[in-house]
Design a protein around this ligand. Structure first.
Ligand code: GLA
Length: 656
């Protein structure tokens, strides 16, 4: 008996020993490794040389580029993961990255910021019982230039199921937003800020069959409404609050909605909405495209749910001839005329005409420049011509300026003291305020110097809180959670901006190639819109308007979801963490109800429970499904729902 037991144990031990094997990271299928630049390299660096970290050469491993994400299914079969990580010696000097390992969504390793020349760090993590693994290389917060991160000598010790690269399950598009009916539905903000005595323009966003008749009761004498288009123009009345009642009527019915007009200093009392050309057209943008954009916003109904800014990004000015960047010849020319006046390039023959065209449709026009001598894409910047340019933009009739940082960095000391960082924004903020028209000011300096703490004070209405989201599209949940860290600074007229909605057809973030379907699943695209709405983030769609399909419009144009974004309180939702990758977003709304997002950042569906104690309510509560625009009944203590892989279920809790 004893002998038998011994033999059995010995056999079992031997079979365990035999089962332990090494699986090299570089043998996995790399199709699902997403990175922001180039392609992952097997057993060599991004520069196609031997993997080398601080002089040490490694035979095996992966050469990747930040931001990179590699999802791997371990299915509880792996014991350890080990690797030597660091920046490759062949990268330029200014790279810096952070290597992270996430086990079932929980961070189990972080290298901290690493620079080139720094000795490799050893990763050695226990992965027993872990289902999914993520290997991340992030940009350490300073952009992705030269971020060549190596996972050298990277291997799994495996005793069960072998690790396999995770491939996102395909998902067919599905429509959540019900079709708008024929009767009028007035959308748009409930409160609108403008400065006294300035030109006023507001188009009442209204769904429903045309023709339609509009009435605006309580309209001050300085304003007039075109009853057929619903466009209000004139001059903003003297300082004060004006309670308007808007009515829209057609053959199918009638709708009424209040609008509080606040004549004062604060613009953008609710987050800006519109379209920006960048992530669709980059340096291919033209005047024709911008005019078409205005028409498409009207034709598709996007304008009827509130998208009203039509914003040109970079590349509308002139660039110098440049052998490396090879700008389009029609975009090469002198930056300014003899009098110092900025010259748009030949694709923009009539900037005033363009702004007029957009205004004639009741929409607003925006543009972009940089405080440096050149913009990020190498076009004329505003440096030393700030006052002339601000005046010119106002003269042309623009309503919005995005002000980047690029090339200004070459003019300042490093590390840059806060007042130097603020200086160009303070200057432009003052100049814009002095113009005889309302011009919204968006600070695009990627969150430097904790801009959310001072952006409003120097005249901004919104500021980017991070780098370009185009490089991190598969991390929208993580980007949102980072943005929410600054929620306390956000208020009406002062918005944290985590960058544009990049859904539908978008281009590669490096500006190469024509727009293609983005690589987010339909659920992730709904999540994008849900997260941005719950955060009260500016809603700028930056995909290709010419390729809008029913699905993308369905995601962009749900008035119930947009109403959460445009809520007058302007609150950014707070996070209630339920586990590492599952959380609630809870947002107070002006009518006393709460908008709640049941958020699942996991790779698999999960049931998420919103307990009333977490939501901050008690007793029976009415629940409305905001995407489906459907009442779900009343619930005594909690609301539970299955949430798809990387999905968000959005509900409204409480009467009315
Ligand atoms: C920076 C900004 C982008 C875009 C480009 C234009 O990268 O962050 O949003 O404006 O510049 O070159």
């Amino acid at each position: 008996m004893k002998r038998l037991l011994f033999t059995t144990l010995a056999l079992a031990f031997a079979s365990t020993l035999a089962a332990v094997e090494t699986v090299w990271l570089d043998t996995l299928d790399l199709q699902s490794l997403h990175q922001s630049w180039g392609h992952p390299q097997i057993n060599r660096s991004m520069r196609e040389k031997p993997l080398t970290i601080a002089g040490q050469v490694y035979e095996r491993g992966l050469g990747t580029h930040a931001t990179s994400t590699f999802r791997i299914l371990l299915n509880r079969g792996t014991e350890r993961f080990t690797a030597s990580v660091g920046l490759d010696d062949a990268a330029g000097t200014d790279g810096s990255v952070v290597f992270q390992v996430l086990a079932d969504g929980k961070r189990v390793y972080s290298s901290g910021a690493m620079k080139r020349g720094q000795a490799a760090k050893l990763v050695d993590v226990d992965l027993r019982g872990v289902r999914t693994l993520q290997l991340l290389v992030t940009d350490a917060g300073d952009g992705i230039t030269n971020d060549h991160g190596n996972w050298a000598d990277a291997r799994f010790t495996v005793s069960g199921a072998k690790p396999i690269a995770y491939v996102v399950p395909p998902e067919a598009p599905y429509l959540l937003t019900p079709k708008a009916g024929p009767a009028p539905r007035i959308n748009g903000p409930l409160v609108y800020g403008a400065r006294p005595g300035h030109p006023f323009l507001y188009r009442i966003p209204t769904q429903g069959t045309r023709p339609m008749m509009f009435v605006a009761a309580g309209l001050p004498a300085t304003l007039k409404l075109d009853p057929t288009t619903g466009i209000i123009t004139g001059l903003t009345p003297p300082r004060g609050e004006y309670a308007l009642t808007l009515t829209a009527k057609n053959g199918a019915g009638q709708a009424t909605r209040p609008l509080k007009l606040v004549s004062g200093d604060t613009l953008s009392l609710t987050p800006q909405m519109g379209w920006n050309h960048w992530y669709a057209h980059y340096n291919r943008v033209t005047d024709v495209m911008m005019r078409e954009a205005a028409d498409i916003l009207l034709r598709t109904g996007m304008a009827e749910v509130g998208y009203d800014y039509v914003n040109i990004d970079d590349c509308w000015m002139n660039a110098e001839a440049d052998a490396k960047r090879k700008p389009d010849p029609l975009r090469i020319g002198p930056f300014r005329d003899a009098a110092g006046r900025l010259r748009p390039n030949q694709h923009f023959p009539d900037m005033k005409g363009l702004a007029d065209y957009i205004h004639a449709r009741g929409l607003k026009a925006g543009l972009y420049t940089s405080p440096g001598p050149k913009t990020c894409a190498g076009f004329a910047g505003a440096y030393q011509h700030e006052a002339d340019d601000a005046r010119l933009f106002a003269e042309w009739g623009f309503d919005f300026l995005k002000y980047d940082w690029c090339t200004y960095g070459t003019l300042v000391t490093k590390p840059t003291p806060l007042d130097e960082m603020q200086k160009p924004y303070r200057l432009m903020g003052d100049l814009l305020r002095q113009q005889p028209r309302d011009m919204v000011f968006n600070l695009c300096q990627y969150g430097m110097g904790d801009v959310w703490q001072w952006g409003a004070e120097i005249g901004g209405q919104s500021w980017r809180t991070a780098g370009d989201l185009g490089f991190e599209l598969d991390r929208i949940f993580e980007v949102a959670l980072k943005n929410i860290e600054h929620r306390d600074w956000q208020k009406p007229g002062a918005w944290n901006d985590p960058d544009y909605l990049q859904i539908g057809y978008v281009g590669n973030a490096r500006g190469e190639g024509l727009p293609e379907p983005c690589n987010l699943t339909p659920t992730e695209q709904y999540s994008f819109m849900s997260l941005w709405s719950l955060m009260s983030s500016p809603l700028f769609f930056s995909g290709d308007l010419a390729k809008l399909d029913d699905f993308t419009l369905n995601v962009l144009c749900n008035p119930d979801v947009i109403a959460v974004n445009q809520d007058p309180l302007g609150q950014c939702a707070r996070v209630v963490k339920l586990d590492d990758e599952v959380f609630l977003l809870v947002k107070d709304l002006a009518d006393g109800t709460k908008a709640v997002g049941l958020c699942n950042a996991r790779e698999a569906p999960v049931t998420v429970t919103a307990k009333w104690t977490d939501v901050g309510v008690s007793g029976k509560q009415a629940v409305r499904d905001l995407w489906r625009q459907k009442e779900l009944g009343t619930f005594a203590t909690e609301f539970k729902s299955e949430v798809r892989r990387r999905g968000v279920v959005m509900i409204k809790v409480g009467a009315p």
